[in-house]
Ligand binder design. Structure first.
Ligand code: ARG
Length: 421
């Protein structure tokens, strides 16, 4: 929209307050368009940031208008999502509780950023989202908005009203909002380029194995080929740039790795997860690209960086994942850890070979001009150049205090004597 058109739009509707709603195009957020208009008295601007869920843009636009939105902003955010959110997470080997690559958690701050941008563009005073009061997403949306534009009000009707699916359908019928299907979906799905989460239905029983229908991106491991698949990932400064020697853009690379790993059954995750709001929940994911890329990246770090720095980074990696999970993407803490990672990963350039077989994944080779590995130091054959005498001196100094302590106390002897009695 140009400046004049923008002003006209503002004038036409300046009697009513404006709000920007995170809009998926589904039933729930369509109902929210109307609720925010009728119950809350806002002019609603629907905002959809596409992070790779492959929905029909025109349909989303039409549904938003049909539900009563005064405007609809649709942003293709796939490239931004991978470069600015997934890749920093990859550099941090980010796995919440050691397992979950944070796919849903990474998309929320990006969506919030676009809500804030749309609010500025349209002169809105508030933003809204459809997250419930039981989940992590409300925390992530709200904290991201606070981190970017604390002056904006945040409205979360689903958290306030706890609208059930049946109520949403009833409301839609009453208000003439188009519904695509009233068939109850077996699972609640959230998906983007970094992964897919599957919740609800039979999965709410932690003892039940996830049924085949839960998965869409990964082949059932039992049904995968018996021949292993080798995948060579090239990295530059800690970020992936090629697959099997072919240079690819970030989005294409993630999609390529995801397709190959998913076809080998790699990336299924079943986690008893601790939510920010205290609930322990059973979560299922399929994140073939993230799982493969993190394994490769972590290995190349081990090969090309200092052991002492790696130990610090291991701790920061855990912290980074917690910070993202807890919704503090737009915080100086996240930015500071990321700055450390950028510096740390300056030598993480090279290639890692993964072997994928029936749901399993192993790193089986790595090569880099920056490999700190020195064959002459580690070999046991005749080319050995390691100074064995230096080890003797090292141990003499490392054991100095321990030997002295024992001489004075004979503590271990005393302990074993007490035990014998
Ligand atoms: N438990 C995951 C997380 O907190 C998945 C959330 C998925 N969100 C959703 N609205 N279904 O990151």
């Amino acid at each position: 929209m140009n400046k004049n058109a923008n002003q006209n739009a503002n004038q036409k509707t300046n009697s009513k307050k404006k709000i920007v709603l995170a809009y998926s195009g589904g039933l729930d957020t369509s109902v929210l368009v109307r609720i925010l208009t009728v119950d809350y008295g806002y002019d609603v601007i629907a905002c959809h940031a596409d992070v790779g869920e492959a929905r029909d843009k025109e349909k989303i636009q039409a549904r938003a208008k049909q539900a009563g939105a005064v405007a609809c902003e649709i942003v293709d955010a796939k490239d931004e999502f991978v470069r600015e959110y997934c890749f920093p997470a990859l550099r941090a080997n980010a796995l919440y509780e050691g397992i979950y690559p944070l796919s849903a958690a990474l998309s929320r701050p990006l969506i919030a950023k676009h809500l804030v941008a749309a609010a500025k563009k349209h002169g809105a005073t508030a933003v809204a989202h459809g997250a419930t009061g039981k989940g992590n997403d409300q925390v992530r949306f709200d904290l991201a908005v606070k981190g970017l534009a604390p002056e904006l009000a945040i409205v979360a009707p689903q958290r306030e009203k706890n609208i059930t699916r049946d109520e949403a359908i009833e409301y839609a019928e009453k208000h003439g909002i188009a519904i695509e299907s009233t068939v109850k979906k077996p699972f609640s799905i959230d998906e983007n380029l970094w992964g897919r989460s599957i919740e609800g239905g039979v999965l709410e029983d932690p003892s039940v194995e996830p049924p085949d229908e839960a998965f869409a991106w990964t082949k059932k491991p039992e049904e995968c080929s018996n021949a292993p698949i080798y995948l060579k990932i090239g990295f530059e400064n800690g970020l992936p740039v090629s697959v099997d020697d072919e240079k690819l853009s970030p989005v294409d690379l993630v999609q390529r790795v995801g397709a190959i790993a998913g076809n080998a059954g790699v990336g299924r995750i079943d986690l008893m997860e601790n939510r920010v709001v205290g609930i322990k929940s059973r979560e299922n994911y399929e994140c073939p690209a993230a799982v493969a890329l993190i394994a490769a990246h972590k290995d190349l770090e081990r090969f090309t960086t200092l052991g002492a720095a790696q130990k610090v980074k291991d701790m920061l990696d855990v912290k980074f994942a917690d910070v993202v999970y807890e919704g503090l993407w737009f915080s100086p803490l996240r930015a500071a850890i990321d700055a450390f990672n950028v510096e740390h990963d300056k030598t993480v350039t090279g290639e890692v070979t993964l072997k994928l077989l029936k749901g399993g994944l192993r790193v089986v080779g790595r090569a880099s001009p920056f490999g700190v590995y020195n064959h002459a130091m580690s070999t046991y054959d005749r080319t050995d150049k390691f100074d064995h005498k230096a080890a003797e001196g090292f141990i003499a100094l490392a054991g100095l205090q321990l030997a002295e302590f024992t001489r004075v106390n004979r503590l271990n002897e005393a302990i074993s004597q007490t035990r014998e009695k």
